[in-house]
Design a protein around this ligand. Structure first.
Ligand code: PLP
Length: 375
């Protein structure tokens, strides 16, 4: 909770639920990441929170942008940055969207399959392309699984193929899984990337860029290592595996940049029990899985939830307001709220600046998408 957000909530009394983003914290997070990995070009992953004010602040600080659709490309361009500061990092793109990105000046594209490489070569001739490799996603609270990337043997074949087409094989990317709590997880991916660089070089194709993805964490209920630990671990891996030939490095932070900068204010709609002797109270909020808290799926992301009351903490289950039984945020995780909590109370859901507004449904049960205030 920052003083600025506290004052805004006290003075403006906005309708709930709402997300309040402190832009100073976003700027701090940018500087912290830059200090931790000074050699890396920063491409903010727009999907984490695309509020125009946030994109503007980051653009001014020198950030580039990782986008996944034509709409995100347009949001990034609307801040005034030029198209050469954008990458189209989604490995799953319609050919018509690649053509639209190309028309806007985007010249950097991700792929992880032969078919996607073919689409890029045809719709974005002359562009630089990078191949995404698979990672295990181990130790990440929000792993990205096997949906993205290919194995290194296939990546080698694809990058050598790219050299024969009308595109420039530029480099390699990976993502170690979001909310990655282990700074050591970059090492094996960097090692595999270095192997790929060498193999391609031997085959006459020189790669020049390594994109080490996002994954840097936000502090939720559990402590996480600081950015310096990630920076040190990554730098050591780069030196160990690339020696004195470290390529240009790109990072694509999402969660780290905006997570800690936002607080959702929510209202308690109902407090109830399922039987007279129920040990747990059920606390129903005016926000749930469909209103922006989708990352509570399997209770993966556990936001700190804070009440201003001072009663003894008692165990609670916490659920959303919709008529869908999946709309329960926390039932297994040990959440406690003050015994004197009342219907109508406001609660703060902290560290909620990433992956909330973009995950809110348009009107499930008629509930509006999550409103954002950037201050
Ligand atoms: C979502 C995404 C990111 C951002 O990931 P975080 O874990 O939020 O940092 C970076 N790169 C790509 C390709 C992504 O899809």
């Amino acid at each position: 909770m920052t003083k600025k957000i506290e004052r805004f909530l006290a003075e403006q009394k906005p309708a709930t639920p709402c997300l309040v983003m402190d832009l100073d914290v976003v700027a701090d997070n940018y500087r912290r990441l830059h200090a931790a990995v000074p050699r890396a070009g920063i491409y903010y992953a727009v999907k984490a929170n695309p509020a125009p004010e946030i994109l503007k602040v980051l653009g001014k600080l020198g950030s580039s942008f990782d986008t996944a659709s034509v709409a995100e490309i347009d949001m990034a361009l609307a801040t005034g940055v030029s198209a050469d500061r954008l990458s189209y990092g989604n490995t799953i793109k319609k050919k018509s969207d690649i053509a639209a990105a190309y028309a806007r000046g985007v010249r950097l594209y991700a792929f992880d399959s032969e078919a996607e490489l073919g689409k890029i070569a045809e719709a974005a001739p002359g562009s630089r392309v990078f191949c995404r490799i698979l990672t295990s996603g181990a130790n990440a609270d929000w792993p990205l699984s096997r949906k993205f990337g290919c194995d290194v043997e296939m990546a080698k074949k694809l990058l050598l193929d790219a050299a024969k087409r009308n595109v420039i094989p530029h480099g390699v990317s990976f993502h170690v899984g979001s909310q990655q709590r282990d700074p050591g997880q970059w090492d094996s991916a960097v090692e595999q990337a270095a192997w790929l660089f060498r193999e391609c070089e031997e085959a006459g194709v020189t790669l020049s860029m390594l994109n080490i993805g996002g994954g840097f964490p936000t502090r939720y209920r559990r402590t996480v290592p600081g950015m310096a630990a990630y920076g040190a671990s990554i730098e050591e891996s780069l030196s160990r595996h690339f020696g004195n030939r470290i390529p240009d490095i790109i990072v694509e932070p999402g969660r780290q940049m905006v997570g800690s900068a936002g607080i959702i204010q929510t209202e308690v709609v109902l407090i109830s029990k399922k039987s007279e002797d129920d040990a747990k109270s059920w606390v129903y909020l005016d926000i749930g899985k469909f209103g922006g808290l989708a990352e509570t799926m399997d209770e993966a992301i556990q936001y700190p939830i804070v009440s201003h009351r001072t009663g003894a903490p008692v165990p609670v289950a916490i659920a959303g307001p919709t008529c869908d039984s999946a709309d329960i945020m926390y039932e297994k995780a040990d959440y406690r709220l003050p015994a004197d909590l009342e219907i109508g109370d406001k609660l703060e859901i902290r560290a909620a600046g990433a992956y909330t507004t973009t995950y809110a449904s348009v009107a499930f049960n008629g509930f509006e998408p999550l409103k954002t205030y950037c201050i």
